[in-house]
Design a protein. Sequence first.
Length: 332
Amino acid sequence: MTNLEAVATERVCSPGGAAASQGSLPAGFELLEPRDVPLGGIRAMSVRRTLPQRARSFVGAWCFLDHYGPDDVAATGGMRVPPHPHTGLQTVSWLFSGEIEHRDSLGTHCLVRPGEMNLMTAGRGISHSEDSTDATTVLHGVQLWTVLPEADRGAPPAFEHHVPPVVPLDGGEARVFLGTLAGSTSPVRTFSPLVGAEVRLRPGAAHTFAVDPAFEHAVLVDAGALAVDGVAAPAHHLLHREPGATTLTLTATGDAEARVLLIGGLPLGEQIVMWWNFIGRDHDEVVAARARWQAEIADPEAPAPGFGRVQGHPEAPLPAPPMPELRLRPRA
């Protein structure tokens, strides 16, 4: 998915930050409120974005989280994202309902369905497209990005598709698509220590996970009511917990099943600039990536050694928005 806000704005990611909505939260917790972002087009599919924002830019190396649906695609038009570029990151696609067709400049043509994960490594540069299929009636899922650390941000582009096994829990189940949790380890490669999982709990059920105390964690509530270590997490919000604890307890507090996304990782400790679909370390690097993309799409017949060509998509690649007038600056 591309960062298609109606007005392109700078997203400067920096470690830490103040909480978006603290209220009476205990020490060590932050509650991040979602903001609605239309992705453009005539019917403008909208997403609820909790990362990045001023309150917090990272959860480990996770730097971007869009939560969308359930959308009636007959009304919204579904997901229609023509070829677009990425640098310096990995994209993670995870669905609760529907089906998305992925194409990329490596020649990959793959579908992602509920309970399956598509992970794309952009590295030094890749382009891809994402479209909900004609068979999709209700589209519902999340799109996440992770930062490639300094040592690996020029890695060669790659794509992996993984179907994690269902892990039984006390009162529920989990699907671990990245990292290790509840005795399940994903084979998919990450470039920094991370965890990502879908967790479902029956009404009133609780499960305590053993976690790495060096990790920070965050929980996104998709459905139902949930508490994290006794702290209520409202629907569609991202509840963040700082490092230090060896366990994390999730409790379904409502009268319906709770379905949540659990993410976490070792704090990144790096400064980055994220603008549109590019992650860099300074303004000039982002300007250069944009210029390279614009040059490659200007002549569809010319070789595209940087981002490559997406074959088989009916629409032309997306042009990059204009650069902001002010210089982009990494901040800590």
